[in-house]
Design a protein around this ligand. Structure first.
Ligand code: RTP
Ligand code: MG
Length: 147
């Protein structure tokens, strides 16, 4: 069992895609264990995107992710990091395969709707930036044995 940090970005919230995105993740068989609508502070944004510091799109990324509310989520399941990345699709909406979230709804790299952790270690790091452990729920899902 693995956890991953997913976040509907400000464009996805503005476009009313929270419900669609949550539905896709649920139908894949992942389990939602925490979620909240929130504004990302500049401090959180800098921590979250530390790996991109110095790149030409870094400042734009900070401005974008702090520009409006995001829907922050923690999902868990077997290989949750890889499973979520598969559903999300490639970074550039034009390269993402149809059937993925970005492939179906995004055209650009900067407005690409959703963030998903890219490794187990980054998932745990990112969960720590946005959630307290007490905000996460642990419960047994009866259907889990069928997935
Ligand atoms: P994410 O972190 O948001 O899940 O996306 P990702 O792993 O597919 O992409 P990553 O390389 O981690 O980049 C983080 C976000 O930065 C923006 N970006 N812009 N060349 C560019 O203009 C560029 N490259 C990346 C995207 O919004 C990307 O999701
Ligand atoms: Mg990334």
């Amino acid at each position: 069992m693995e956890r991953t940090y997913l976040m509907v970005k400000p464009d996805g919230v503005q476009r009313g895609l929270i419900g669609d995105i949550v539905g896709r993740l649920e139908r894949k068989g992942l389990q939602l264990v925490g979620a909240k609508l929130m504004h990302v502070s500049l401090e959180q944004a800098k921590k979250h995107y530390a790996e991109h510091e110095g790149k030409d799109f870094y400042e734009r990324l900070l401005t974008f992710i702090t520009s409006g509310p995001v829907f922050a989520m923690v999902w868990q399941g077997d290989d949750a990091v890889a499973a979520a990345r598969q559903l999300i699709g490639k970074t550039n909406g034009l390269e993402a395969a149809p059937g993925t979230i970005r492939g179906d709804y995004a055209i650009h790299t900067n407005y690409n709707l959703i963030h998903g952790s890219d490794s187990h270690d980054n998932a745990e790091r990112e969960i720590g930036i946005f959630f307290r452990e007490s905000e996460l729920t642990s419960y047994e899902k009866v259907i889990q044995k069928w997935i």
